[in-house]
Design a protein around this ligand. Structure first.
Ligand code: PHB
Length: 173
């Protein structure tokens, strides 16, 4: 399964904003600007994060993500499965250039089961900025990709919403 997150993410079709007509309910989830974990918590008793990979990778392993990140010696890769009450709802992949991991951002390498959002949305809001959010489809599954900056230092966060995710309940209703 550790390879599964990466291989699913590799096959996402990304669309420039405006080229994809998003159902309103999907857009509401995909364009969420606050913590996704907190949003999921409104739909279940407990959100759990299961880390699948936390390790350094090299530029050559970035694939298409390389287009959005500066050239660094190494990149921290974090891949997780987020579940609501034990049911997998989301795959998350974070790629962090080594130069971002300076000062307080070093703790991004030690998140383990702590959701990334707990870190991102607990810091001074002026330190967190977003260059873009992009929507995508992996088959019939919605995905989004955000280039975030912490004090100007970039990281790329990709999220795929699995079939049981409450996002799809919102679309059906
Ligand atoms: C993570 O902890 O890496 C994480 C959590 C929630 C998300 C994405 C990533 O929506």
């Amino acid at each position: 399964m550790s390879e599964a997150v990466a291989s699913i993410i590799k096959t996402i079709q990304w669309y420039p904003i405006g080229e994809l007509s998003l159902p309103e309910a999907a857009a509401d989830w995909l364009m969420e600007s606050g913590s996704m974990t907190r949003r999921f918590e409104r739909h279940c008793g407990e959100v759990c994060i299961e880390p699948r990979q936390e390790r350094f990778i090299h530029y050559e392993q970035l694939g298409e993500a390389a287009c959005h990140l500066p050239l660094n010696q190494r990149y921290w890769l974090r891949e997780v499965v987020l579940s609501g009450d034990g049911i997998p709802w989301l795959l998350g992949q974070t790629i962090i250039p080594e130069e971002t991991l300076s000062g307080p951002e070093q703790s991004l390498m030690h998140l383990g089961t702590v959701p990334l959002g707990r870190y991102l949305f607990n810091i001074n809001e002026h330190r967190l900025t977003r260059d873009f959010i992009q929507a995508g489809l992996q088959g019939s599954l919605w995905a989004r990709r955000s280039l975030l900056r912490l004090s100007g230092k970039p990281l790329l966060l990709t999220e795929v919403f699995l079939p049981a995710s409450p996002l799809y309940r919102a679309i059906q209703s």
